[in-house]
Design a protein around this ligand. Structure first.
Ligand code: FAD
Length: 496
């Protein structure tokens, strides 16, 4: 009987890159040969938060990694499986000494899978070494020194990808492993409007932002059309780990030093801190996936309207900026922060629907779906944290302020493209006669508003302001502040 070779495995998750990837450098430092693995797990393929656009982005990211790995005569073993099955199959041919991966702040399904994998490793005498991801820490009880630790981490040297000869399992060996497993086809559709995955493309976005696109960053950040080129657009590359925050942060700091547009880059850098701040909050409050972090809001009961929800999801609410944003999001996987906040606010305040009913639709559409930002942001926008200001967005005012020529609206709601202002922002103001002049019949060519916005804004505002005074909401707010407030909060929030 031949003895099996002992190898180490890098289990890629949301760190789909070779450079500045601690799991990979740690594995390469070991004295064993290394296999790089990605598993398209059934638990995620079947999870309602995910959609095809995410898996295509992952496939593109792996293809990009594989191009660089060609020089090392290897590639990522990409399979569709459950984690235990994937590792069992690898163990048919090899003995695994250590698995390297990052700590995943994810959905409950991945947290439970990690617990099972810990048991699996114990039963199979495998070590599992997990590294910190983007400065987020496991096991914290408060945020003492959190900001300083995050900054220290961001200023550390980058992990260099420098394998020596034959450190990886070669293509032949991976091919024979594929015989035991269900190999994932990595081809993806080319004719979509989504950003394409992979570090190579990610760096094109980051570099062009640092070179010239940042110049009007803060002026355009809330504008639905101009933000598409003025903002960095690196969020999917960060969410799936094509770029590490540390790589981007270090370049950003250098650019800021030399730049005439310091405040724009400073504002961008502060958002990189928010990224970790939100994920850290989710890491420490994982029940946020299903329930408001402030337990005082659990008593808030909203009646469900399937019709309202359907109209919102399909961009048929009768409010042009809401519909334009939703249709654009569905088609391209991206809208800027303000439009996301407005979509969430419209759903939870104006339509008075529970934020939980918006989560999967939005996460399926956001190409950059990141659980650690998604759930805390939704609750914040719904006004259910007790510690943030209540903001009920008025879609018409936002349209007039941030899309005054209605360029964005006309593009995404073509049935309104020929209307003049103010009708393109408020088509429901048109009289019967005006509808005839413009050749647009409300309720037929474009929906009438599905709700009375003025009345509904007032209802939401009254109820939520009153709830803020509720003793349980106050007690919970105090608890949340104590657990999550950063000592140097002002510095973190400032654009520096
Ligand atoms: C309801 C709602 C859900 C959201 N869900 C996600 C999500 O799933 N994934 C996600 O990456 N962002 C999410 N955001 C935050 C924000 O809208 C996006 O990060 C941003 O629009 C991405 O565009 P950009 O890369 O051009 O950002 P830039 O403005 O160029 O910012 C650079 C990076 O900073 C981070 N960032 C920016 N704004 C925020 C913010 N408000 N909170 C935390 N991090 C931020 C992102 O990683 C972003 O890529 C959500 C916001 C809302 C209101």
């Amino acid at each position: 009987m031949t003895t099996k070779e002992t190898i180490n495995v890098v289990w890629l998750k949301r760190d789909l890159r070779l450079h500045d990837n601690e799991a990979i450098t740690n594995a390469l430092k070991s004295n064993k040969r290394v296999l790089v693995l990605y598993v398209f797990e059934h638990i995620l393929l079947n999870d309602s938060h995910y959609s095809e656009r995410h898996f295509n982005f992952i496939k593109e990211s792996i293809r990009d990694i594989n191009i660089e790995l060609e020089a090392h005569n290897t590639k990522v073993l990409s399979v569709t499986s459950d984690i235990a099955n994937a590792f069992n199959s690898i163990q048919e041919a090899y003995k695994i000494n250590t698995v390297y991966s990052h700590v995943e702040t994810g959905l409950l399904v991945t947290y439970n899978r990690d617990k099972e994998f810990t048991r699996y490793c114990r039963n199979n005498f495998i070590n599992w070494e997990e590294n910190k991801n983007n400065g987020v820490e496991r096991g914290l009880v408060n945020r003492d020194n959190w900001f300083e630790n995050w900054e220290d981490y961001m200023c550390q040297d980058l992990e260099i990808f420098q394998p020596s000869d034959n450190q990886f399992l070669n293509l032949e060996e991976i091919k024979s492993l594929e015989g035991f497993l269900s190999v994932t086809d990595l081809t993806t559709p080319v004719d979509t409007s989504f950003q394409k995955g992979g570090s190579t493309t990610g760096w094109k976005y980051a570099n062009s932002f640092f070179e010239h696109r940042h110049k009007d960053y803060m002026f355009n950040i809330s504008k639905p059309e101009n933000s598409r080129t003025s903002c960095s657009r690196i969020s999917p590359y960060i969410a799936w780990g094509n770029l590490s925050i540390r790589q981007v942060f270090q370049i950003g700091k250098d650019v800021k030093e030399k730049s005439k547009d310091k405040r724009h880059i400073a504002a961008f850098l502060s958002r990189l801190r928010w990224q970790a701040h939100f994920i850290q909050k989710f890491e420490m409050e994982h029940t946020m996936e299903h329930a408001s972090v402030n337990k005082g809001y659990h008593k808030l009961k909203k009646s469900i309207s399937k019709n309202y929800q359907k109209a919102w999801k399909e961009g048929q609410s009768g409010f042009p900026l809401v519909d334009a944003s939703m249709r654009c999001l569905i088609e391209t996987g991206y809208v800027n922060f303000r439009m996301r906040a407005m979509l969430a606010s419209f759903f939870t305040h104006i339509l008075w629907q529970p934020w939980q009913a918006a989560t999967t639709h939005l996460s399926q559409q956001f190409l950059d779906f990141e659980p650690g930002i998604h759930f805390p942001q939704l609750q914040m926008q719904a006004g259910e944290t007790g510690i943030n200001n209540l903001r009920i967005y008025n879609p018409t005012t936002n349209g007039l302020n941030h899309d005054p020529e209605a360029i964005f609206i006309r593009k995404w709601v073509p049935e309104l493209a020929h209307l003049d202002t103010p009708f393109v922002h408020e088509p429901y103001l048109m009289t019967e006669m005006e509808q005839t002049f413009y050749g647009l019949k409300l309720g037929q060519d474009y929906p009438l508003p599905i709700v009375d916005i003025k009345e509904n804004r007032k209802r939401a505002s009254d109820i939520l302001w009153n709830l803020k005074k509720d003793p349980e909401v106050k007690k919970e707010s105090f608890r949340i502040l104590k657990r999550h407030t950063i000592a140097d909060r002002n510095r973190m929030l400032r654009n520096e």
